[in-house]
Design a protein around this ligand. Structure first.
Ligand code: HEC
Length: 186
């Protein structure tokens, strides 16, 4: 009799969490969160590598440029699926609001994806040295404002933009998404 009560209590304890409403948040050490954070770090390293080549802080190498641009493009393409419900909010730095704003989040992901694809295309035909037509002339076409940029409200054809300009627009998309959908944790 006592044994049965104990078993029943154990079953209830197991079933308990499943009976509650599904939570937005992931537990600590969630592999989905770890994977997307690693993916973000790869994007950051790739963007830094390309920026360094254009700024002259790193040797320009067409193959390294192409590899980094391919990484940006692949990581950007994966973005949309990396934030499923159940993995948002602390301890992750992904804001729970992502789930209320999927269309906006996905538009940002598509926007950066389009730019990164265009950059990867250009990097595939990159000349042995940086040429003037790869350089951004003057300010970015939107005046350089990081705020108030709307994905979708674009702009010229990315294929016609200089590589350096594409990189700057990509970096603006990182910032736009982070300011809206990333939070500080701890
Ligand atoms: C569509 C939205 C979005 C875009 C675009 C985006 N990020 Fe993020 N990024 C996030 C969110 C949300 C997090 C928090 C992820 C988490 O902690 O679960 C994050 C986290 C990061 C982190 C921290 C990763 C860690 O170790 O915790 C880095 C670095 C980063 N992003 C770099 C970039 C760079 C560089 C770009 C552009 C090339 C970029 N991100 C584009 C949404 C975005």
């Amino acid at each position: 009799m006592r044994g049965r009560v104990v078993v029943a209590a154990a079953m209830l304890a197991l079933a308990g969490p499943l009976l509650l409403a599904p939570s937005l948040a992931a537990g600590p050490g969630d592999p989905v969160v770890a994977a997307r954070q690693a993916s973000m770090k790869e994007m950051a390293a790739a963007a830094r590598a390309i920026a360094g080549m254009f700024d002259g802080k790193r040797a320009y190498e067409p193959s390294a440029f192409k590899a980094a641009a391919d990484t940006l493009s692949a990581r950007a393409a994966a973005l949309t699926d990396e934030f499923p419900i159940g993995t948002l909010g602390a301890p992750s730095a992904a804001r729970p609001e992502i789930d209320d704003a999927r269309p906006e989040f996905e538009a940002l992901a598509r926007h950066i994806g389009r730019l990164a694809d265009a950059l990867a295309d250009k990097a595939g035909n990159a000349p042995p040295g940086i040429t003037a037509d790869m350089r951004m002339t003057g300010l970015p076409m939107d005046g350089g404002s990081l705020l108030g940029k709307r994905p979708g409200a674009t702009e010229a054809d990315p294929a016609k933009m200089p590589a350096e300009h594409l990189l700057h627009l990509i970096l603006q998309d990182c910032t736009s998404c982070h300011s809206k959908f990333r939070q500080k944790v701890e």
